[in-house]
Write a protein that binds this ligand. Structure first.
Ligand SMILES: O=C(O)[C@H](O)[C@@H](O)[C@H](O)[C@H](O)COP(=O)(O)O
Length: 257
């Protein structure tokens, strides 16, 4: 797993703009080399703000949206169209504004599908297995970019400290009793997150500063899930100054445009 690099931007708005530019550039590079690309979305305020900035970018359509696979790191187990679903936020911010291939938008099903949360997680696991290529060496694609928001408790996706899902090795898991509402969710598991080529943790605000410090330490991922947010080839912590305020100077590896 790759050692995290930290990039700090002046505030949450500039962070979202900079991450949007980074997503576009990375997807264009991958598509030019391989023809298609895969992007894992996150919920949360910064995650959705980043999608809105991608939609607003003059460079947006440099991405070949028809040859992009969209996945989610987690989803709230709510009916399709519910405003609290990460999918709803993503569609409003970006997906409804670009020409995606609907077959390549991989949604985590909600209760309206007739599935329980466990069945929805199993269905997503199967979808991940079907998409995995031999070179991925695992039960899920090695996503080109996997974006993660992070909570003040250092949760990532819907993997919360000390909860059973952190010990689950199935590719997608059902989460019950989430401390962040709503209580029932679907989440990628840590092994699938760590199987991504690049993992980008995007966080803003002083309430995240303590979690960022722990996430960049040698803490264990059961107590500090964000400490397990590491990609195969690259790990980025993309922060605003407030979220970076408690990073020890000894850490180095910090660029601050
Ligand atoms: O479903 C969710 O809520 C997200 O996937 C979750 O992991 C989120 O990214 C973090 O809680 C950060 O959220 P904020 O950026 O809003 O603090």
């Amino acid at each position: 797993m790759s050692v995290p690099n930290v990039v700090v931007h002046r505030d949450a708005d500039m962070l979202a703009k900079a991450v949007a530019a980074r997503v576009i550039t990375r997807l264009v590079d991958v598509q030019s080399a391989r023809g298609s690309a895969s992007l894992v979305l996150t919920g949360g305020t910064v995650g959705i703000a980043t999608l809105a900035q991608i939609a607003a970018s003059p460079a947006r359509d440099a991405v070949d949206w028809r040859r992009l696979d969209i996945w989610w790191g987690d989803e709230r187990f709510l009916p399709s169209g519910d405003p609290e679903r990460n999918e709803t936020g993503a569609r409003k911010a970006l997906l409804d504004h670009v020409d995606l291939d609907p077959e390549r938008v991989h949604v985590m099903r909600g209760p309206g599908s007739g599935m329980t949360a466990e069945e929805s997680a199993e269905a997503y696991t199967e979808e991940l297995r079907r998409a995995a290529r031999p070179e991925d060496h695992g039960p899920a694609p090695s996503f080109d970019v996997l974006m993660l928001g992070m909570g003040p408790d250092a949760h990532i996706a819907s993997l919360f400290p000390e909860m059973p899902a952190l010990h689950d090795t199935r590719p997608a898991v059902a989460v019950h009793g989430s401390p962040k509402p709503p209580p029932t969710r679907i989440s990628l598991s840590l092994p699938v997150i760590q199987g991504a080529n690049e993992v980008w943790v995007v966080a803003a605000g002083q309430d995240k500063a303590g979690a960022v410090r722990l996430a960049l330490s040698d803490a264990g991922p059961v107590q500090v899930p964000a400490a397990g947010a590491r990609g195969r080839r690259r790990t980025l912590f993309l922060l605003d100054r407030a979220a970076a305020a408690k990073i020890p100077a000894s850490l180095g590896r910090i660029s601050s445009p």
